[in-house]
Design a protein around this ligand. Structure first.
Ligand SMILES: Cc1c2[nH]c(c1CCC(=O)O)Cc1[nH]c(c(CCC(=O)O)c1C)Cc1[nH]c(c(CCC(=O)O)c1C)Cc1[nH]c(c(C)c1CCC(=O)O)C2
Length: 362
């Protein structure tokens, strides 16, 4: 990793790629559907419990507290970059960080996920979500600035949770299998639902703008649980809010990635929300996904995270297949179809990075 010796000048503005720097990296170029020297690769949840160095440095520090310490965020974000040689870093944070900053009392419980003390289910509850400014998440601003200086030519991905996925945690009060209460609110009190998602869209957009102003090279909007919806309901209840977030960032010129799980039927609609890149899970081959998404967007994915537990020849064959199918798209960022599982052998991840680079070298 080349240390950064001068000020950052390589970042793209207004969609014009500068030469050198992260804006000219294979990852950002692939997002923009430009020619690349090799297919770039990173992994969702690459920073986390699969790494012994992560478990060591996090020991005794609660998750949300870790997200609020810029030096620690910087170190955890760097760990997978150093170890695996991935083409992008992703900020160590969580989708509920801006919601906590907006005034919602919540915690991230190990082995469970986000837990909300008083779930949001009425119009009065929605009022508890106040808008955020950079001052509410100054630790994120600081962490991104530290990272951009340390990463040099390696791009940093900022991220946020999309309104539906955030709303699901807020309405259910925690992780949910069927999103029953969320859907009950959506169908039963659509005006409350839209007010909630409208506020979440504003918070999310500001959270992403803070990261963009601090220097991230791309952003990913995680709508992890959108696959629970039919396309018709997605279009009616979710798409307007995700569109507000993504199209609201168009003026920044920073590539936008939009990802969800189980979204085979939603890929076209998710692309319409204003993404440059659509993330695809392992259920849909990338060539089929490209037909649904259209020829003007790149794709990201889509190795099944469970495949990393298979014998190496099986993994190798799958990586080859995905690289081949990814050629149907105008740009391909190699990734998993969802996050790295905590039990994953990190050495396998490193080998996958090498393999993707070797097989795709042009
Ligand atoms: C749904 C969602 C959440 N958080 C996130 C999503 C969207 C992505 C997805 O679909 O997986 C996003 C997220 N959360 C985290 C990142 C860090 C960056 C990365 O390396 O990808 C990112 C991008 C760190 C984290 N966020 C969390 C951890 C684990 C906390 C720990 O290490 O103790 C990490 C590394 C906690 C968390 N936070 C959440 C869950 C479901 C969990 C796991 C709970 C558990 O199994 O312990 C909510």
């Amino acid at each position: 990793m080349a240390p950064m010796s001068t000020t950052i000048t390589g970042r793209a503005r207004g969609g014009e790629p500068a030469s050198g720097g992260p804006a000219d990296s294979p990852f950002v170029r692939a997002c923009r559907r430009q020619p690349v020297p090799h297919t770039p690769v990173w992994f969702m949840r690459q920073a986390g419990r699969s790494l012994p160095e992560y478990r060591e440095i996090r020991a005794g520090i609660p998750m949300l507290e870790s997200c609020r310490r810029p030096e620690l965020v910087c170190e955890i974000t760097m760990q997978p970059v150093r170890r695996h040689g991935v083409d992008a870093a992703i900020l160590f944070s969580d989708i509920v960080v801006p919601v906590a900053a907006a005034g919602i009392d919540l915690d991230i419980v190990p082995g469970t996920g986000p837990v909300v003390a008083d779930p949001v289910r009425t119009a009065a509850d929605v009022e508890r979500l106040r808008p955020i400014t950079v001052d509410d998440v100054s630790f994120v601003d600081e962490a991104v600035r530290l990272l951009v200086a340390e990463l040099g030519d390696t791009p940093l991905i900022g991220f946020a949770g999309a309104p539906f996925t955030l709303a699901s945690y807020l309405v259910e009060g925690g992780p949910s299998r069927n999103h029953v209460r969320t859907k009950a609110l959506m169908y039963g009190a659509p005006e409350v639902w839209h007010a909630l998602c409208g506020r979440l869209a504003e918070i999310t957009a500001e959270f992403l703008r803070v990261q963009i102003r601090a220097g991230v090279s791309a952003v990913q909007l995680f709508d992890s649980w959108a696959g629970a919806l039919s396309e018709a309901d997605y279009r009616e209840y979710v798409l307007p809010h995700s569109t507000a977030v993504l199209t609201g960032l168009a003026d920044t010129g920073v590539p936008r990635i939009h990802f969800g799980v189980g979204t085979a039927e939603l890929l076209g609609a998710m692309g319409e929300a204003g993404a440059d890149v659509v993330g695809v899970d392992w259920r849909t081959p990338l060539d089929a996904a490209t037909v649904r998404i259209g020829p003007d967007k790149a794709v990201q994915g889509n190795l099944d995270p469970c495949l990393l537990f298979a014998p190496w020849p099986v993994i190798e064959a799958e990586v080859r297949r995905i690289l081949h199918e990814g050629q149907a798209a105008p740009g391909h960022v190699f990734n998993l179809g969802h996050g790295v599982l905590p039990e994953t052998d990190p050495e396998v991840l490193t080998r996958v990075v090498e393999l993707v680079h070797d097989l795709s070298a042009r």
